[in-house]
Write a protein that binds this ligand. Sequence first.
Ligand code: SAM
Length: 257
Amino acid sequence: MKEELKLIADFDMNMIEDFFSPLDRQGPGSEEVTKLALSFVGNLSPESKIADIGCGAGGQTLTLAANTRGKITAIDLLPKMIARVNDRMKQHGFSDRVSGITGSMAELPFKENELDLIWAEGSIYNIGYERGLNEWKKFLKPGGIIAVSEASWFTPTRPEEIDRFWTFHYSEIDLISTKIKQMEQAGYTPAAHFVLPENCWTENFFRPAQEHAESFLQKYKYSDDAKTFVTGQLNESNLYQRYKSYYGYVFYIGIKN
Ligand code: SAM
């Protein structure tokens, strides 16, 4: 069967930035969820070093900055995201502790054993969950913490439509039990995991994206590519409504052995 879906990576980079960077977050999440995940992280001091990888426009960076005392490096591939992160940090008075930098999660600018905490909300899929856990581990001190949120199956079998959608977009999606085992195999002690509540998708991600769609379409003069892009976002939201009992985002928190 011919695959009719377009991968997000098939769209123009400017289009991706223009659609997502004005949003407060670029994936499912919430302040409460970031704080809950943070509650499994031991005491961080003002000397602690934190990396927020695939930070987007800095939704979770704000919560990390407000609820820790460490120094945060927030990294994203897209310059417009980083411009927003740095603006938001300035607005909230966190610029002295938080720096947003443009860069790739595949070539992180850290030294071995430098970091106390690695944070990656809704972003590790870009490098792949297993590869990210394995490659990033060297930057953590022994006993350092990794906290990532990742799309995961809730059930061993699923309706064909949603199975095909996810396998096409992110073939590493898997059961929670598999994700925990992979974390263990990568050299971490799994410390906690929890499922993100529905409002993280509906109120905090899909709704703001839909509200922003019209001004995005206007900017792109209703081009076919822009319309296809917006339709893809709507499709994802519809699929979530229909199949949310089969999958979701799960936060996984591990301690480097
Ligand atoms: N953490 C943010 C949040 O939850 O709102 C953003 C999540 S968004 C789904 C994924 C982010 O990863 C995007 O901002 C994207 O630009 C970034 N990204 C994609 N590939 C990347 C790479 N190779 N290195 C760094 N960031 C990347």
